[in-house]
Design a protein around this ligand. Sequence first.
Ligand SMILES: *Cc1c(COP(=O)(O)O)cnc(C)c1O
Length: 639
Amino acid sequence: MKKSDTWSVEDAEKLYGVTRWGGGYFEIGPNGNLHVTPDVSNDKMRIDFNDVIAEIKEEGIQFPVVLRFHDILRSQVALLNETFIKTIEEANYQGNYRGVYPVKVNQMREVVEEIVDAGEKYNYGLEAGSKAELLTVLAYNTNHDSLTILNGYKDEEFIRLSLLARKLGRKVVVVIEKFSELLMLIKWSKKLDIEPIIGLRSKMTVKGRGKWEGSAGDRAKFGLTITEIINAARLLEAEGLGHCFKLLHFHIGSQLTDIRAVKDAINEGAMIYAELHHLGFKLDYVDVGGGLGIDYDGSKSTNDSSMNYNIEEYVADVVFGMKEVCDLEKVPHPTLVSESGRAITAHHSCVVAEIVGEIRSNSATMDTSYLADEHILVTNMRLLVTAIDNQENLQEIFNDASQYKEQAAAAFKLRVISLEELAKIETLYWQIMESLQAKMQSQKFVPEDMQELDFSLSSQYLCNFSVFQSAADTWAIDQVLPIVPLTRMNERPNVNCSLVDITCDSDGKIDQFVLGKGISNVLPMHKLNKGEEYHLGMFLTGAYQDVMGDMHNLFGRLNEVHIFSHDDDPLDFYIEEVVTGSSVDDVLTIMQYHPKAMAQSVKKLIDGQIAKGTIKPREGVKWTDFYEDCLKGYTYLKT
Ligand SMILES: *Cc1c(COP(=O)(O)O)cnc(C)c1O
């Protein structure tokens, strides 16, 4: 690797690959700060993250924060719907598109409201997968022309609520996941004399690849087998409800990485639809489920965190795939429903957190000068330091140094060397490793053992956030999320670091990073300047991550800042709303504590010390107030 002093934002783009995963929304600005264009239809619009950070500080909001760009949500809703409309026209497809947003992907009220509002003109609807979600969509999806799709396991209450929705004039489709649900639905429909709209979910043989491939196949948890579908349809017919069976549903998994799985599923689903038509069940809708992926690592590949297609190809495969089978089978084109969640919400939110310190295994050093009575291991290690410059075989030095270090550890346990000698050997060892790392830069071939050097010599940056609250999937399922510094990208990054969070859990770390050239276990960043803040952004957190976080170590929900762009000034933005994150008081209450009583008992203890004279009364009042203030405060580090 040739080192030159020039460094441009183009180099930074190559390194961080922002435009590869940015979905057209993010890019590195000419000033080296990250910029966002939240409304792609207005490409003059640019918001500088550094300005957003300044504004947040000015408002006195503490970091870490979640930033929500409502314009991005709107843009994604428009993109999905417009792509379907355009493709349907191009294909001369006879049915419509009636998409629904599955609220489980991000149930935040503000998110759901924005999506419903942006989707109004497309008759875009909502999908629910549980009773709580059903109660939500009942209240929020008030557009009578849009669909409400009900998936998930159902009880009697669920079924009755769905029938209430029919009475309210909604196009609510109850999707049967399990045969017994159908019997419940028939019973209540007769009892209340309300006709349901019924969908049947098919267990597919096509499996999606990737982390969610268990959503299809014989062992899938949801859906009816082909035999059950036919039996269900016949039962409905016998009960005089055959005409209520209107929708065929399938969902082969989330984050489909390979477009071939989509093609195969559409083909299989279309065949089932056509066969049902031949059997006399004339359905109006085919619901292709979710699965439209997000290219988290920007590699456009079938990696678990990527996808080998884009939204246009996905939509084309759905529309043309359905049309082809229907035309061959001479059946009408059904209205298409899809339940994309991840693709709608992933881009719109990100987490901004501050680096508050650096941890290095080799940061402490000590005087290593020669002492006449020192142990031979110390002498040998020192000789290696001087040998580096005229030694061709760097691996030999690496091997020797590693061996001496191991021997020193054993020798210390046997009391052969002193604690001070052990420390000297460590200091010399790290000195040798740093010289080797520097030398390796000019070598064409680097032996495998030594490739690890970059990682073992890298620092860990301590980041004021909790992986378990803000990036649950990186911990639980090794999801990679793009992380970049928000400023200084016009400077050459001069430290390679992994990240650790502020929980007391050794799993609270991130050591997989998206870089332009692939996944790396260190992220190139900048040396921290004294007195200067350094913020990182973690991106594409809007789907699942946002709502799945837990309160490990009692770190609670983040402060949320909702950002809107100004129509009249493309470079300006405003903070429309701040949703305050959890206070210590909030998280303790959830865990069944009584913060008021806690404050009282601490006050009593302080009063006791005042009575004994160990705390002065004036001081005691201050301590009492301080305890109460901290209870009301934010759960993260105050910087
Ligand atoms: C989770 C889920 C979705 C959403 O999937 P995405 O991959 O996020 O688009 C859609 N439909 C059903 C039935 C689901 O369970």
